[in-house]
Design a protein around this ligand. Structure first.
Ligand SMILES: Nc1ncnc2c1ncn2[C@@H]1O[C@H](COP(=O)(O)OP(=O)(O)OP(=O)(O)O)[C@@H](O)[C@H]1O
Ligand SMILES: [Mg+2]
Length: 257
């Protein structure tokens, strides 16, 4: 199977702002994993264990202290152009990631204007297509983010991430702010979109029961380190680490509609 992305011995330390020194313990401490083409890989672990730090490193929003991130055989630091057209992210909080002053139409058109040379007409076609793909009506393009429910807003955030037709999508806790029935809808939507748009997905969550419904493989993180990894159904049935067992017990179950 072809690896789309490979994380090699990643270490990320944040600066201690008060003392202007690196923090003693890195937020991400020597993590390695890869994701195969077409796979949904999950990172799980409690708040603060470093999941979003890995996501932001892949998005080039943070520069790692050590280690490498290889995308399709190339170190991401050496990919200067077109990275945004290949790798996109749905951020943890759809309330802050969607500019409240922009209509949905403009929110979806902005990445196209910045990253492509498409005509206005082509952009309109792509926007109509993606809005339908995420299960929303064309009429919503005239509205603002606050006019939508949490679940709909997350659909818009997904649309914005997919508008550039990336091949790799990071979804950072995309359902943790939603109720159980809406969680199931968004998870099913991501699964459908994965097939329809040939995506490979890094799905980040603290909830192993959510992960069970979506991920092919899962890496369990604890305090900046990866402590266990395997096929999701195996980890779910036969967790080997004590911490994974605790994480499993603490996840509320969701109904898979
Ligand atoms: N910009 C920053 N400056 C300093 N420390 C940070 C910064 N961002 C995150 N951290 C710290 O790094 C560690 C990992 O944070 P991170 O956001 O990656 O965790 P997470 O697993 O995504 O948590 P959550 O489930 O709450 O989203 C935490 O201890 C956090 O406090
Ligand atoms: Mg996070």
């Amino acid at each position: 199977m072809e690896k789309i992305i490979e994380i090699k011995n990643l270490i990320v330390s944040y600066k201690n702002l008060k003392k202007n020194t690196e923090t003693i313990r890195p937020a991400v401490n020597n993590i390695s994993f890869h994701i195969n083409q077409g796979e949904i890989y999950s990172l799980a672990g409690e708040s603060g264990c470093g999941k979003s730090t890995i996501a932001k490193s892949i998005m080039k929003l943070i520069r790692p202290s050590q280690g490498e991130i290889i995308f399709r055989g190339k170190n991401i630091q050496d990919i200067k152009r077109g990275y945004a057209n290949k790798v996109q992210m749905v951020f943890q909080n759809p309330y802050s990631s969607l500019n409240p002053k922009m209509k949905i139409m403009d929110l979806l058109e902005e990445p196209l204007i910045i990253n492509t040379k498409n005509s206005k007409e082509k952009n309109k076609t792509l926007i109509k297509e993606i809005i339908e793909d995420v299960g929303l009506e064309e009429g919503c393009l005239k509205l603002y983010p606050h006019q939508f429910s949490g679940g709909q807003r997350q659909r818009i955030a997904i649309a914005r991430a997919l508008i550039l037709e990336p091949e790799f999508l990071i979804a950072d806790e995309p359902v943790s702010a939603l109720d159980a029935s809406i969680q199931a809808q968004i998870i099913n939507l991501l699964k459908d979109l994965k097939n329809k748009r040939n995506l490979t997905i890094l799905f980040i969550s603290h909830d192993l029961n959510v992960i069970r419904y979506i991920a092919d493989r899962v890496g369990i993180m604890y305090y900046g380190e990866k402590i266990e990894e395997g096929e999701t159904h195996t980890i779910y049935k036969y967790p080997s680490e004590e911490y994974t067992k605790i994480l499993l017990k603490s996840s509320p179950t969701i109904k898979n509609k």
